[in-house]
Design a protein around this ligand. Sequence first.
Ligand code: ZN
Length: 244
Amino acid sequence: MDHDRIKEAVALLKQSKKTVALTGAGVSTESGIPDFRGKGGLWSRYDPYEYGTLGAFLNNPPKIWGMLAELLEVVDAKPNSGHTGLANLEEMGLLAGIITQNIDNLHQQGGSSNVLEFHGSFETFTCLSCGEKHLLQYVRETTIPPVCRSCSEILKPDIIFFDEMIPEPVLQETQELLAGTELLLVVGTSCQVQPAVHIPYQVHNNGGRIIEINLEPVLTELAAVSLQGSFTQVVEQLVSQLQD
Ligand code: ZN
């Protein structure tokens, strides 16, 4: 770990009047959740066109639940010290909120309170027939595919499938959170997926600075500071220096 760069990042965090984090799969890998897009990940074993669209789900819910049952195992993870570190930053008044592309609820479990879930959440499940919502706990305790307790239709997880739009309220809250953002922490994401791909550029074009934390930095041209390393190690160092 480059100590000068950590110092630079700490200085930027102290200076910034509003800091927001954008997180992706890389923050959850140290909790044992493999990157869905990575080697051996979900989308290397299930064709996203065959399994990852709302159309596919509506066509054959039991088939898609074959894959979702695997997700059910995967999301049974615990937050890591990076998640709790980001929650510490929020408590210290140094982080206004988190925009995450993850569906695993680990930021909230780690103690963060202002979390926008770009791709929805695997914490709740909606009946597309009557609209009733069900919690993850209900789904865990029932048979697969889980059915609505009111009308027995198969439930859909509240995740955003590849062919679905990000809900308008989430996009609006994202813009509200990004307004006036002076510093963006890009963490554990290569920012290749729409529409998260635009966020670093938006902040940069509005005069904001970028700190990137990635195992393999990808935003080196855009970022004021690129911190190469694991999510937990880098965030632990930032938090401990900020607490001094
Ligand atoms: Zn129902």
